[in-house]
Design a protein around this ligand. Sequence first.
Ligand code: SAM
Length: 292
Amino acid sequence: MHIPVLLKEILEHLSPKPGQNFIDATVGNGGHMAAILEKIAPNGKLLAIDRDPMSLTAAKFKVQSSKFKNNVIFVNSSFGDLQEIVSKEHFESIKGILFDFGMSSEQLENSGKGFSFQKDEIMDMRFDPRTPMTAEDIVNGYSEKELAEIFEKFGEESRAWSIARAIAESRRRKRIKTTLELTGIIEKVKRRFGRIHPATQIFQALRIEVNQELVEIERALAVLPEILAKGSRAAFISFHSLEDRIVKNWSRDFNKKNIIKNLTKKPIASSAEEVRVNPRSRSAKLRVIEKI
Ligand SMILES: C[S@@+](CC[C@H](N)C(=O)[O-])C[C@H]1O[C@@H](n2cnc3c(N)ncnc32)[C@H](O)[C@@H]1O
């Protein structure tokens, strides 16, 4: 089950009130959505976006039989297309927007798409089935150099080149098809140190490359100031340093240009109590900005 991260802090900083309009740019299983809907009811509207049709179905199911069913507009798209989505839906007077990056526990555990190195699944990793390339295409189709580069860039993996070489050698004999085949190759090159599984960073890198995740964040940030009205807020929950760095640099630059005000000079982390109940929140960092 997916537990929404930093929920109390999101409600504090976005401060949704009756009649206001919000965007949940990564609605997932609808944990944050449900809490925002409670606050904006009875007349506020929520534009709920997700790239993954299965997540969107789960969120829809959640509101279908509730009193909030007419308060939500669902859109199966990437938040990279934010400007087009907002204008197509004629969604106006936006008081706040939430980005909860990455994947949900549901996707990790039950999607069957190969996000987890602990399950033997096909290597798909596409949030949106319309995305052209799967993780299997990348693992078997990219050159050794291209693989090493994405492992370095999107996984910050220190053994990137050795792992890329091991993959290239292995696929010469037989196409690499499943997550456990890939994990086995990585484990031959890299031993486990401490709590972190040796395949963690490679799986992160593949997921980012398949979904062009960082590009999509940059596309959304580029149009955000035009979408938000004066006094509106945006909240960003990141789960690794690559996501957080993009938001941090963008906030700093736009703060300097007096376009936004950076409300979190230091990111907000989950409380010890939250980490105890939901270990996934351990790496979460929240940044909030306000349009000026
Ligand atoms: C961490 S989960 C969100 C969980 C949600 N806040 C909740 O409480 O249930 C992240 C979601 O973002 C979606 N996602 C990832 N990249 C996206 C993108 N570029 N555009 C829209 N949704 C995206 C994923 O499919 C996933 O459902």
